[in-house]
Design a binder for this molecule. Structure first.
Ligand SMILES: NC(=O)c1ccc[n+]([C@@H]2O[C@H](COP(=O)([O-])OP(=O)(O)OC[C@H]3O[C@@H](n4cnc5c(N)ncnc54)[C@H](OP(=O)(O)O)[C@@H]3O)[C@@H](O)[C@H]2O)c1
Length: 320
């Protein structure tokens, strides 16, 4: 089959032919569309932990067909007990062959009916980012109706799902971005206001204006994280699922404990959370934001295009 093949960080990522292994106890899904995550980009740079047998196929998200029906695929492998991932937990698309290919072999338990209101490309955009956003926002931070929610870096795939889920729950949603255009695009979705994350004063003024945030969702970390804590109101929940900028230097410890803030680390989510996330998308007819699509043969170009974070939403590979 054709796929995007990773042979190691010192070898060029390539589109080519790789043999497909049908696995016992699993079904072969003909993939129709797959979505990119920053994880794919980190892997190509050698910045993602793991010990894959090389060559391997990248990609964690997809929509494909099996037995004449369209499904989205839960990318979890061995999540384990409900509360936290097991020591064996893996995500499709590194140690296991991923979705940037024509076929994948998965257990039927990982197949979820494609939401009827979505196109194949929109459905393919959901799995990893939707699951991460669901757990960080809803399971870990317990966001609820009327909460004031602040989501940083709204151009990100996970951030946008968190935003759409928070809006669906009836939260008041505010965002940050490095791009004024992306803030305007977020307002079109229902976000109340947004600020540039490089402008610390604007961030603090926004927090003052709204009376502080009940929930903050962040994947940047870095020195700006302390500003996010200053934007919290008493008893706030802060969900952290990434560290794009780096470690959180200079956190004001008194700010953390006087305001009784809880910081929740969050990674992916269980299979049950995946099912609940799909239910939420179906119930509120949420439409994932797809920034642009490429053909599978253009997958290397698509992954490299993540370098400058120009996207608003997901980048999708059209396989069919
Ligand atoms: N733990 C997990 O399970 C999990 C799952 C998925 C992702 N992640 C991690 O979470 C991060 C985001 O992933 P993604 O797939 O959503 O990435 P993405 O779609 O590539 O988005 C990255 C976004 O980061 C934002 N950003 C850059 N600098 C920032 C700053 N100083 N402050 C705030 N935001 C900033 C940008 O927002 P603007 O474009 O708006 O400027 C950019 O669009 C990555 O580090 C990824 O590895 C972790």
């Amino acid at each position: 089959m054709k796929g995007i093949i990773f042979e190691g960080k010192d070898k060029p990522l390539k589109y080519g032919e790789i043999s497909f292994d049908s696995k016992d106890g699993m079904v072969d899904v003909r993939l129709k569309a797959a979505a990119l995550n920053r994880r794919d980009y980190w892997i190509t740079l050698g910045l993602y932990p793991g010990k894959p047998v090389l060559p391997t196929v990248l990609g964690s998200d997809a929509c494909g067909s099996y037995d004449d029906k369209d499904y989205i695929i839960c990318p979890n492998v061995d999540w384990g007990e409900e509360a936290y991932p097991s020591a064996n937990y893996l995500i499709l698309g590194y140690e296991h062959f991923g979705t940037f290919a024509e076929y994948i072999s998965v257990p039927t338990s990982k197949l979820y009916a494609k939401p009827a209101h979505l196109s194949i490309e929109q459905a393919a955009a959901i799995p990893l980012a939707g699951l991460t956003a669901y757990r960080a926002l809803i399971t870990r931070c317990k966001a609820a109706k009327n909460d004031r929610v602040f989501i940083s870096g709204i151009g990100g795939g996970v951030a946008l799902f968190a935003c759409q889920f928070a809006l669906a729950l009836g939260c008041e949603v505010y965002v940050s971005s490095g791009s004024a255009e992306k803030i305007d695009q977020a307002k079109d979705l229902g976000v109340i206001d947004g600020v540039n994350y490089h402008d610390k004063d604007a961030m603090l003024q926004l927090a003052k204006k709204v009376g502080g945030f009940d929930v903050v969702i962040d994947s940047a970390g870095g020195p700006g994280f302390n500003t996010l804590l200053k934007m919290c109101r008493m008893g706030a929940n802060v969900g952290v699922y990434g560290g794009t900028v780096g470690n959180m230097d200079g956190i004001s410890v008194p700010n953390l404990f006087f305001k009784q803030i809880t910081i929740h680390g969050s990674t992916m989510g269980s299979d049950n959370e995946f099912a609940s996330m799909i239910d939420l998308i179906n119930k509120h007819k949420i439409v994932p934001v797809v920034d642009r699509t490429y053909g599978l043969s253009e997958g290397v170009e698509a992954i490299n295009s993540m370098k400058n974070s120009s996207q608003f939403g997901k980048i999708v590979l059209n396989i069919s």
